[in-house]
Design a protein around this ligand. Structure first.
Ligand code: CS2
Ligand code: MG
Length: 404
């Protein structure tokens, strides 16, 4: 059995996606998600130029050896572009292998550890009232876990806030250069505890509430926020401090019992080794696509299990249904799953990637379709050409460049 051809497809059905299609001499193909929001072409070129030639002629069953070949063979290890490229190939090979064996992918990863996958959605608003309305709507729709973000008085355009009432949140903006947002940490820190006090009162104790700090605080600011939110029993506080500084979490952990989540920008085990070994977080948010694929994520999940950390994958709409399916199969098979983010997709994206997984009453469900259970509609590829789009950048109100 041999790999015969690799295609890299870049298109924009509602937003940009990069998809890898690995063909075998059996007439069966596997799909991988290589989307890296705002840097799509860097990954597609990397796969075409540097990975594809080495894949031709290899057996699609040799996922471990192929992963090691690309990981160890690059010399310049790690990094988001490199690991997303390797991850997409790895996901495609696992999809292909499971299709060739005629089983859903989770059967190759340990079988079923659960029947359905808990999800959280976004309850975002411009003001307290608008946010509470959104959260109640999501609760009504069946969500048991809801991430809450809201506009902050005095700041016009910030992370996680809808620009217009009723609009869907999409951070990447089509343009030649990135859009600039603004930030003020003290306004934020004063606002968030008041927001959660009101939301908790409106929604009751049954719903899990989450919040994303998007890497903007210092350790001591993060400790203050965690402490002040304790009365509202959050499911988690995500990305409080930039993830590069794993040691920062020692201080935060010592000050608060609010559960901590981190890791959507991580791409290898080494980004979270200290966090796991010292039990400094509760949820690891690495996406399978950005984390180098199923092969390393299985190992990371095993290390996390040893340290009471749950795998709770990143699931924004800039990860394609292929990347989401890869995470769903992984978390179906492992014991230490927490929650999966699910924003849903625009119509054009759904049309472009027909898929077997289904969302119902707060949970995602897989069926018995062999492989990942996702396809790509090749007839739509030319209809939706790539449009350059960027994630925003962020400055303090005095103009200082800040974290986004
Ligand atoms: C976020 C994302 O889903 C999340 O938790 O932090 O919206 C993230 O900003 C984007 O996916 C970046 O591409
Ligand atoms: Mg996040």
């Amino acid at each position: 059995m041999k790999i015969t051809k690799v295609q890299v497809i870049v298109h924009c059905p509602a937003r940009n996606f990069v998809t890898v299609k690995v063909h075998s001499d059996q007439g069966v193909y596997g799909l991988g998600d290589a989307t890296l929001n705002g840097r799509e072409l860097a990954v597609s070129k990397y796969i075409e130029e540097y990975l594809t030639p080495s894949l031709i002629g290899k057996s699609p069953f040799d996922t471990e050896d192929i992963w090691q070949f690309f990981y160890k063979g690059v010399y310049w290890r790690r990094g988001a572009v490199n690991m997303t490229a390797i991850g997409a190939i790895d996901i495609a090979l696992w999809d292909l292998k499971a299709k060739l064996l005629n089983v859903p992918l989770y059967q190759l990863l340990g079988g079923k550890s659960r029947n359905k996958i808990l999800t959280y959605c976004h309850g975002h608003g411009t003001s307290f009232e608008d946010t509470i309305e959104k959260v109640l709507e999501k609760k009504e729709a069946g969500y048991e876990a809801i991430r809450v973000q809201s506009g902050i008085p005095g700041l016009d355009k910030i992370y996680g806030m809808n620009t217009k009432k009723g609009a869907k949140y999409e951070p990447a903006i089509a343009a030649e250069t990135p859009f600039e947002e603004e930030w003020d940490t003290s306004k934020y820190l004063n606002h968030v505890p008041r927001l959660f006090e009101k939301v908790r009162e409106a929604v009751g104790d049954e719903v899990h509430l989450l919040h994303d700090g998007h890497h903007r605080l210092t350790p001591i600011e993060a400790a203050r926020l965690g402490k002040e939110l304790e009365p509202f029993h959050l499911f988690w506080l995500e990305d409080l401090v930039a993830g590069e500084m794993q040691e920062s979490f020692r201080l935060i952990r010592n000050h608060t019992t609010t559960p901590l989540a981190l890791g959507e920008v991580f791409n290898t085990m080494f980004d979270c080794k200290t966090l796991l070994e010292e039990e400094l977080i509760d949820h690891l948010r690495m996406a399978v696509s950005h984390g180098g694929g199923i092969t390393p994520m299985k190992k990371i999940a095993a290390l996390a299990e040893l340290h009471h950390v749950k795998i709770s994958p990143h699931g924004p709409s800039d990860i394609s249904p292929i990347g989401i399916a890869a995470a769903l199969h992984l978390v179906t098979a492992i014991n230490n799953f927490g929650v999966h983010e699910y924003m849903g997709y625009e119509e054009q994206t759904l049309e472009a990637f027909p898929h077997a997984f289904k969302w119902e009453k707060g949970y995602l469900h897989l069926d018995e379709t062999p492989g990942l259970g996702v396809d790509i509609n090749m007839d739509l590829v030319d209809k939706y050409p790539y449009k350059k789009a960027f994630l925003p950048v962020n400055r303090l109100t005095d103009g200082t460049m800040f974290h986004w």
